[in-house]
Design a protein around this ligand. Structure first.
Ligand code: MSP
Length: 473
């Protein structure tokens, strides 16, 4: 039996069209999923959209649409974006799927039955952008630091989940890596927060109609974050993948780290369900040093980048720009440079090697070289990097390998060997380079799947087609 591997992206809020920030999380998760498939594991890769809550209802109301009309329209945009970026998710969950709703209400009912839920009246500051109550101490000049808006005072009767009861268990499981949180800095950050003590949290809302009704109290809906987190589990039921629970790896951005590192495992513990194995928290990027925002007008859409540079160059760029797990900055200028690097290092390498083989080899030699297969002993070893999810470093290793091939060509000067009639040396060198290009294509499979396919095609047919054509401005 193949090893099973269950990996997820965050489910994205569907209050607007997808941007490259969402794309970043999906691309990274896709690369990891493809890498595991390539290792022969049976992978379940889930992505989807988070469709309930005040944030979505407000966005729909602005357009005079019902929330359902609104999310159905945007759903198509998200699916199209993932197709364009070649995201290989096995399933796509929407929290408005009725089966998901059934699982959520069942689990919440169970939380109530197990005595972990209590009705209390509550007054607090609610940020709709974050979909959470904020503490005074979290505000900066009275505003939510992420959304730069003043949270509204809300007072209502809510159902509370006794999160505080799980502080000790969470602490010891996170400390021992039974719940593995990476990068290490994030593990320490969350342990620090848990040490300050956990407050119980409200898991229902009284004035948000767009959501799953709270079991036994139709006046209330289930808090959108509880609804959303459960997607990872409900999907295993909906898509008949129950044997994949617990999830092996949740990939999330740092903005939603708390929900995944604290609330989600506590809910699972309260339900006596196995907790996911690993949470990897990636950083956020700015665009030219600024937060990506509609107001600033610097939102990058995946389709615009792909139209200009192609899917694989975009995948390459976002992952090579800065370490996975850290914050970084992206820009169109740097995207352009990354493309040129691909064209110069990899595109040229293929162009030159195949052109020389066509020029210097006779038919027999060509047929021989065409039938070369991947030499399993010669792989570019990205295992250590991939085990730590150091995607940028893995890509760097692959690029270095390409650069080495270019250097070897410059040093060997096959054209000079041909001129001097050193045909054996020439044949050995080109055959070896050809074999190395198979190795290069193999390492690129998870990162740049279509390019890797084209490379293998070119190596097997000796037909040339530019891998990274010149960009028309
Ligand atoms: N719906 C919640 C997640 C629920 S998961 C059970 C949500 N959605 S979101 O659409 O606002 O953001 C989801 C993710 O998109 C972030 O966690 C992050 O992975 C990614 N990103 C959004 N903007 C980004 C950047 N500017 N940079 C990098 N990643 C970004 O929160």
């Amino acid at each position: 039996m193949n090893k099973k591997f269950y990996i997820t992206t965050p489910i994205y809020y569907i209050n607007d069209v997808p941007h490259i920030g969402h794309g970043y999380a999906s691309i990274a998760t896709d690369v990891i999923a493809r890498y595991h498939r390539k290792q022969g594991e049976e992978v379940f890769f889930l992505t989807g959209t988070d469709e309930h809550g005040a944030k979505i209802a407000e966005a729909a109301a602005k357009l005079d649409e019902t929330p359902k009309e609104f999310v159905d329209k945007l759903d198509l945009k998200f699916r199209a974006a993932w197709k364009l970026l070649n995201i290989s998710n096995d399933e796509y969950i929407r929290t408005t799927d009725s089966l998901h709703g059934e699982v959520v209400s069942k689990l919440v009912e169970k939380l109530v039955e197990r005595g972990f839920v209590e009705k209390r009246s509550y007054e607090g500051l609610y940020c709709v952008g974050c979909e959470k109550y904020m503490k005074e101490s979290e505000l900066v000049n009275g505003l939510c630091p992420d959304h730069l808006k003043k949270p509204a005072i809300q007072s209502e009767e809510n159902y509370f989940f006794k999160l505080s009861a799980f502080a000790d268990q969470l602490k010891s499981k996170i400390e021992s890596d039974e719940i593995m949180i990476r990068p290490e800095s994030k593990k320490h950050e969350i342990l620090g927060k848990i040490n300050l003590g956990l407050d119980d949290i409200s898991i229902s809302r009284a004035h948000v109609e767009w959501g799953i009704p709270f079991p036994g109290d139709p006046e209330q809906t289930i808090y959108v974050w509880i609804d959303a987190l459960i997607n990872y589990y409900s999907a295993t039921k909906m898509y008949d993948r129950e044997e994949f629970w617990p999830a092996d790896l949740h990939i999330v951005g740092k903005d939603i780290f708390w929900f995944h590192a604290v609330i989600w495992p506590a809910v699972l513990l309260a339900l006596d369900l196995p907790v996911y194995k690993k949470l990897f928290v990636h950083g956020y990027f700015t665009v030219d040093g600024q937060k990506m925002s509609k107001t600033i007008g610097n939102v990058i859409k995946p389709e615009d980048l792909v139209a200009k540079y192609g899917t694989d160059a975009v995948r390459y760029y976002v992952l090579s720009a800065f370490p996975f797990g850290a914050d970084g900055d992206v820009s169109l200028e740097k995207m352009n440079q990354a493309y040129l690097k691909l064209a110069n290092e990899i595109g040229n390498l293929f162009q030159r090697t195949i052109a020389m083989i066509n020029k210097y080899f006779d038919e027999t030699q060509k047929n021989e070289v065409k039938s070369q297969k991947l030499d399993e002993h010669q792989l570019i070893d990205t295992k250590p990097e991939m085990a730590e999810l150091q995607l940028m470093e893995a890509l760097r290793k692959i690029m270095l390998f390409a650069e080495d091939q270019n250097k070897a060509i410059a040093a060997t000067q096959p054209w000079a060997l041909a001129k001097d009639g050193k045909n054996d040396e020439l044949a050995i060198f080109l055959t070896k380079t050809h074999s190395n290009l198979i190795v290069l294509a193999d390492a690129l499979v998870p990162f740049m799947p279509e390019t890797a396919k084209k490379m293998n095609h070119q190596l097997a047919t000796l037909d040339l087609e530019p891998l990274f054509p010149r960009i028309e401005e």
